[in-house]
Write a protein that binds this ligand. Sequence first.
Ligand SMILES: C[C@](O)(CO)[C@H](O)COP(=O)(O)OP(=O)(O)OC[C@H]1O[C@@H](n2ccc(N)nc2=O)[C@H](O)[C@@H]1O
Ligand SMILES: Nc1ncnc2c1ncn2[C@@H]1O[C@H](COP(=O)(O)OP(=O)(O)OP(=O)(O)O)[C@@H](O)[C@H]1O
Length: 291
Amino acid sequence: MKITLMARAKINWSIDVLGRREDGYHLLDMVMQSIGLWDVLTLESAREDTFCVAGRPVPANGDNLVLKAVALMREASGVSEGVAAELTKTIPVAAGLGGGSADAAAALVGLNRLWKLKYSQERLCELGGRLGADVPFMIRGGLCRAQGVGDELTPLSGGGAFHLVLLKPRKGVSTRLSYGRLRLDRLGRRPRTEALVEALKRGESRRIPELWGNGLEPGSAELCPDILKAKAALVNAGAMGALMCGSGSTVLGLFENGEQARKSAQELRKDWGFSRAVRTQSRGVTVMDEQ
Ligand SMILES: C[C@](O)(CO)[C@H](O)COP(=O)(O)OP(=O)(O)OC[C@H]1O[C@@H](n2ccc(N)nc2=O)[C@H](O)[C@@H]1O
Ligand SMILES: Nc1ncnc2c1ncn2[C@@H]1O[C@H](COP(=O)(O)OP(=O)(O)OP(=O)(O)O)[C@@H](O)[C@H]1O
């Protein structure tokens, strides 16, 4: 059997940092959503394990989250057969768009089918949480409130198609280094999460920029000052507001309609490492083909 999966990226409409756990992980209150930007992962039963990567360069060895997910599923299930995995990488790396987590989530969902394990989504999320805090959200996808370290999910209804432009400085930001710069005494303007959730549910895009916020932004902007330039460029290009995605360095601009977003993304493309118009989505990992 061969399965092809779509591993969608995410944005964070808000990241409110509430505190720090003893193990160094941070307690968060976030609103997250899947977006129309994805990697493609194919998984096929094989005599022995193989792995190859096309598109953007990421490690094709045991450091890749796809192979970590294969190892974890094998350990959990006891299945010993091999798997040939192929990843086509489109999501920018060290971008705050959760690319690695999306690939890990797709591998878990795909192996569950390939090996006919019938694990529930809850069980997959529990396993995913061991690979990274964002992985449970990537499995579930859509629009969610994410609490705890990001793994306690409450699905939210609505969150229709908002029009975004993603703009990424050439330099990326490592998630670990961004959290390392976080100072709980200088979080800046905090998001108004409850009101934000209501605005998202109702599709009131004009209200969103006054309610959102990302506590990781000041630290990431120290590591990559172009983040602030990217925000200004998006607002200059007509965005209603701009906010850093996750731990950066990608910034999103919120636009009134798809045409404006596409035009602005095209204009900005020449000066920036990555510029793309995308819409928000109601699903995370999906199976594209199975044969
Ligand atoms: C920035 C976000 O993308 C927002 O959704 C996530 O919080 C990051 O999630 P992730 O990339 O899956 O994170 P992990 O791979 O679990 O952890 C990477 C590093 O980020 C830090 N980390 C992550 C999540 C969290 N709640 N607190 C943290 O302090 C830790 O230093 C950790 O070593
Ligand atoms: N499948 C994968 N795709 C991308 N990066 C991966 C993958 N597997 C492992 N990695 C490693 O993860 C690093 C990127 O992780 P990092 O957390 O900084 O950024 P990210 O992918 O944008 O995710 P986030 O949104 O969580 O910040 C890369 O340098 C790479 O070595």
